[in-house]
Design a binder for this molecule. Structure first.
Ligand code: PLP
Length: 414
């Protein structure tokens, strides 16, 4: 892939779109309109080629192998750690931990840091807008440690008010874990301010960046959080891999989460000593080719530039919002002025699942359901929404196709 440019004047989003072979597909005899990128993004040729290349040219297990293939594989695998650090604005690649995805990596923090440091009556603050991946791990650890969970609400438009969080913070607060961007509302959370509040009471701040790092430039030094995690498959990379950036001084204090090969220093039958971070947290054979493919995904978005991606997506989102607001039967769930990536909506007289099924007949892929955010659904007194989400390849014509599709929904169900 070349010539995608870095200067927004030169960015050719048509060309970028042509890098994604699957987008040329017909689904139900119609041109595919893929508006489900928040669940998982499609893959550019560069990522598919990197995966193929990893298997065709250099595949072998990583670390400790003395032969050429293992050295090649290890080199490529470890280079991605540096790319991920650079992508997140971190200066030390030892602060990057690979895992199977954000779910695994939030569980890692909960089980390692949480079980070591949380005491009865300590408090964990999350938000009502969190994905189950940033709720259930905290429930599991709070059941084991006797700590308590509080959730900051959002208002009827999906806005987050930092004052609501301030009211919950006190000396017992040990963890504040928040989404960078809500996967239902699209609300962008003020993570820098949240990190500052956490540090005022010596709590750690974790950012679930699954819907953030894919749409916005991220600089963990500027946010000044303690952990930031996201999954490769939402950033146009392979599934089965994600990264956690963690502050080294904190990682060094944390015990392993999973035990096995590659995470040890010395093993006796009744005791072991452990490797330093990041390997302490990476037991067993990792998804080697997928990590290498993830590196190609990072190169891909960096060649375009995250600022350019954000600007392009904001343009599509603006068009989308305007068009949806013209439909009187439709209400948008999540009307924050600072939104990214997703639009959830309800349509009078039509269940979200029926909307998704009717649109699918037209080749339009959206998502319907609770989006792994049941507490948020309950907060809004609904059980599900229809959700369209966009990516770097999205275009206004796709928004228009969905708007046309909604006319059929209205005819059939409205
Ligand atoms: N957090 C958010 C905000 C998400 O949107 C998702 C996935 O939809 C996750 C966490 C979990 O990601 P994964 O399933 O890749 O672990």
């Amino acid at each position: 892939m070349s010539g995608l440019g870095h200067n927004s004047d030169e960015i050719d989003f048509k060309k970028i779109r042509s890098e994604f072979p699957i987008l040329n597909k017909k689904v139900n005899n119609k041109d595919l309109v893929y508006l489900d990128s928040a669940a998982s993004a499609q893959k550019p040729k560069a990522v598919i080629d990197a995966l193929n290349d990893a298997y065709l040219e250099t595949y072998s297990n990583v670390h400790r192998g003395l032969h050429w293939l293992s050295e090649q594989s290890t080199f490529k695998y470890e280079e991605v750690r540096k790319k991920a650090a650079n992508f997140l604005g971190a200066s030390n690649s030892n602060e990057i931990i690979y895992g199977s995805g954000a779910t695994h990596l939030i569980n890692l923090i909960a089980n390692s840091w949480g079980r070591k440091f949380l005491k009865p009556d300590d408090e964990i603050i999350i938000t009502i807008a969190d994905h189950h991946a940033n709720i259930v791990p905290w429930q599991l650890v709070s059941q084991q440690t006797g700590s308590k969970i509080h959730a900051v609400p959002v208002d009827k438009d999906g806005n987050f008010d930092i004052k609501d969080m301030e009211r919950l913070i006190n000396k017992k607060t040990k963890i504040i874990s928040v989404p960078h961007v809500s996967n239902v509302l699209g609300t962008v959370f003020p993570v820098k301010e949240i990190a500052r509040l956490a540090h005022e009471v010596n709590a750690i701040c974790i950012v679930d960046g699954c819907q953030g790092a894919i749409h916005l430039p991220v600089d963990v030094k500027d946010i000044n959080c303690d952990f930031y995690t996201f999954s490769s498959h939402k950033l146009y990379g392979p599934s089965g891999v994600g990264v956690l950036w963690g502050r080294l001084s904190i990682l060094q204090e944390m015990p392993p989460f999973l035990g096995g090969g590659d995470m040890i220093d010395n093993v006796e039958i009744d005791n072991s000593t452990y490797a330093d971070p990041p390997h302490r947290f990476e037991a067993g054979t990792p998804p080697i080719a997928e990590v290498i493919g993830f590196g190609a995904a990072i190169d891909f978005v960096q060649q375009i530039g995250m600022k350019n991606i954000r600007d392009h997506e904001q343009k599509i989102l603006k068009h989308f919002t305007k068009k949806l607001k013209e439909i009187k039967e439709l209400s948008i769930i999540g009307n924050s002025s600072n939104k990214s990536g997703v639009i959830s909506f309800l349509f009078d007289g039509a269940h979200p699942h029926d909307i998704a099924t009717i649109l699918d007949q037209k080749g339009i892929a959206i998502r319907a359901g609770h989006h792994c955010a049941q507490p948020l659904m309950k907060h809004f007194n609904i059980s599900s929404t229809a959700r369209a989400s966009i990516g770097v390849y999205s275009k206004e014509e796709e928004v228009d196709a969905l708007i046309e599709g909604l006319k059929t929904v209205k005819k059939l169900l409205g």
